[in-house]
Write a protein that binds this ligand. Structure first.
Ligand SMILES: *[C@@H]1O[C@H](CO)[C@@H](O)[C@H](O)[C@H]1NC(C)=O
Ligand SMILES: *[C@@H]1O[C@H](CO)[C@@H](O)[C@H](O)[C@H]1NC(C)=O
Ligand SMILES: *[C@@H]1O[C@H](CO)[C@@H](O)[C@H](O)[C@H]1NC(C)=O
Ligand SMILES: *[C@@H]1O[C@H](CO)[C@@H](O)[C@H](O)[C@H]1NC(C)=O
Ligand SMILES: *[C@@H]1O[C@H](CO)[C@@H](O)[C@H](O)[C@H]1NC(C)=O
Length: 457
């Protein structure tokens, strides 16, 4: 007989078989060495399990008719203890050590929330100090913050702030040397959110069609709870937000959307992918730029994701064709200041060498003075990539147009002169004709008078 308590415990372990159970799961207790066809009785803390329900786990237990193993389902911490299997004159003792892992908020989180894990253990023997290691959904070790564990019975761990991509099966690895425990308990974390991880910026040219999308991850993570949400737009950070649409998703994953505003022209695309929130802005206006924010609400908690829409336009001052020797200013403009890796650039396509004018850092526009016709193209360049571009065609007031003007005036005077001559000529001839007619009348009168005279004579 050993005097040391610890050694006593060890001895105790050798005599009894140790088995680990996890709360909420089932455990199968093995009656080792039982000959085939032999009857068996299972006891828990000396109480018969299957005699009029004396033990608490009776209604959650069953004996396998062939193997005689005892299966205890939906384990509880209080099921820990000594189980004995008796056949003939033999007794097999099993010590059941139960762990219970609970996750705060039942494992349902929104981004940036911090889960709290609680690990409890129960056993009839003294409880060991546990070595706990956590593996995330990518099977990488994470370092949680251990809160002061009050007793070896209970350990409290705080994880880090979650992201939607943390959704999945995590693993809690529990080890102890005495008694020898090497147990994994898996648990699910679901982080409802957007597959768009970060707030993004979208560039569009004026009058183009823009589709803004938010991919919700509720199907992917098998989120089985209802939630609601809305989509807002505001032109500037300080401006008031306008609700464009609201939506809800039922526990069965059915999604409903309702348009909330009529002044703002947008469509909900009919053929949009499943579990997305989408709006389509056709012929986008310069003043439809700004922040589009999609917000989710679950149990009074919120998360959101923003898309900033930046619209680009080009214009000329003065507008219209460029007359010879004149100058005009081409203006390329975006609706909000650009980040430092992005700038605007005017390029004269058919100039040799190619004329280029770059915007200053964080500027919202770039201007170029133009004195020759041609195609000018404004590009929004991000990290050397042209994201969007718009062309402006400068037309020279055509040369024939001036000829037409001169020609018209010359032609006009000729025409006038001609008409005048014609008038004069016709006027003269008319006068001549009148004189001739007068003479004729006079002659006729004269003749008549003569005749009369002749008749009279
Ligand atoms: C541990 O198990 C014992 C025996 O069933 C029970 O009396 C006790 O309440 C359990 N402890 C906890 C914390 O459940
Ligand atoms: C716990 O386990 C880890 C790895 O399994 C090991 O590195 C560490 O030393 C152990 N800590 C204790 C206190 O046993
Ligand atoms: C427990 O899980 C970890 C991580 O998935 C794995 O590396 C380890 O082998 C598992 N151990 C046992 C005993 O299943
Ligand atoms: C979800 O939205 C639909 C359509 O707008 C509405 O009829 C329904 O009552 C909403 N359900 C919930 C639970 O909010
Ligand atoms: C945007 O500008 C257009 C004309 O350029 C105007 O018709 C429209 O009402 C404006 N929209 C908003 C939201 O200010």
């Amino acid at each position: 007989y050993f005097s040391g308590g610890k050694v006593n415990v060890c001895l105790f372990w050798w005599q009894k078989e140790l088995q680990i159970g996890v709360a909420g799961q089932a455990v199968i207790l093995n009656c080792r060495g039982i000959p085939q066809g032999m009857g068996v009785t299972w006891k828990y803390s000396k109480a018969l399990i299957f005699s009029k329900g004396k033990a608490t786990m009776t209604d959650r237990s069953e004996i396998n008719p062939t193997s005689k193993h005892l299966k205890v389902m939906d384990l509880r911490l209080s099921d820990a203890g000594t189980y004995t299997c008796e056949y003939g004159s033999h007794t097999v003792s099993i010590s059941l050590h139960v762990f219970k892992l609970t996750i705060s908020l039942d494992g349902h989180f929104l981004p940036n929330e911090v889960p709290k894990l609680t690990l409890m253990q129960n056993s009839t023997h003294p409880l060991p100090n546990l070595n706990i290691t956590l593996f995330n959904n990518n099977n990488n070790i994470v370092r949680p913050k251990f809160l002061q564990n009050e007793t070896p019975q209970k350990y409290t761990l705080m994880l880090k702030q979650l992201e939607a991509t943390d959704s999945g099966t995590w693993m809690c690895h529990i080890r102890s040397d005495s008694p020898l425990i090497n147990q994994n308990i898996s648990f699910e974390l679901k982080v409802l959110g957007f597959q768009n991880l970060y707030s993004e910026r979208k560039y569009a040219t004026v009058d183009s069609t823009v589709i803004l999308s938010w991919h919700l991850n509720f199907q992917q993570i098998k989120w089985k709870e209802g939630f609601t949400g809305q989509m807002n737009w505001k032109q500037q950070e300080s401006a008031t937000a306008h609700e464009l649409l609201d939506f809800n998703v039922t526990a069965r994953g059915e999604q409903h959307e309702t348009k909330k505003i009529s002044r703002f022209r947008f469509e909900i695309p009919e053929s949009k992918p499943k579990s997305t929130i989408q709006v389509e802005l056709s012929k986008v206006h310069f003043n439809h730029s700004g922040q589009y924010q999609c917000q989710l609400a679950y149990n009074g908690r919120y998360t959101h994701n923003k898309i900033e829409l930046v619209v680009m336009k080009v214009s000329a001052d003065p507008v219209g064709p460029l007359s010879r020797g004149a100058e005009m200013t081409l203006i390329c403009q975006v609706s909000s200041p650009l980040p430092s890796n992005t700038h605007l650039l005017w390029k004269h396509m058919n100039g040799t060498p190619i004329d280029i004018k770059k915007s200053k850092q964080h500027a919202v526009k770039v201007e170029v003075k133009v004195s020759a016709a041609g195609v000018w193209s404004c590009h929004l360049i991000e990290d050397n990539d042209s994201k969007i571009s718009l062309n402006y065609i400068v037309e020279e007031a055509p040369v024939w147009l001036s000829y037409v003007v001169i020609g018209a005036s010359v032609g006009g005077s000729i025409l006038f002169f001609g008409l005048a001559c014609l008038c004069i000529i016709s006027g003269i001839s008319w006068q001549h004709r009148r004189q001739r007619a007068k003479r004729m009348i006079r002659a006729r009168q004269y003749l008549l008078e003569n005749k009369t005279c002749q008749c009279q004579q």
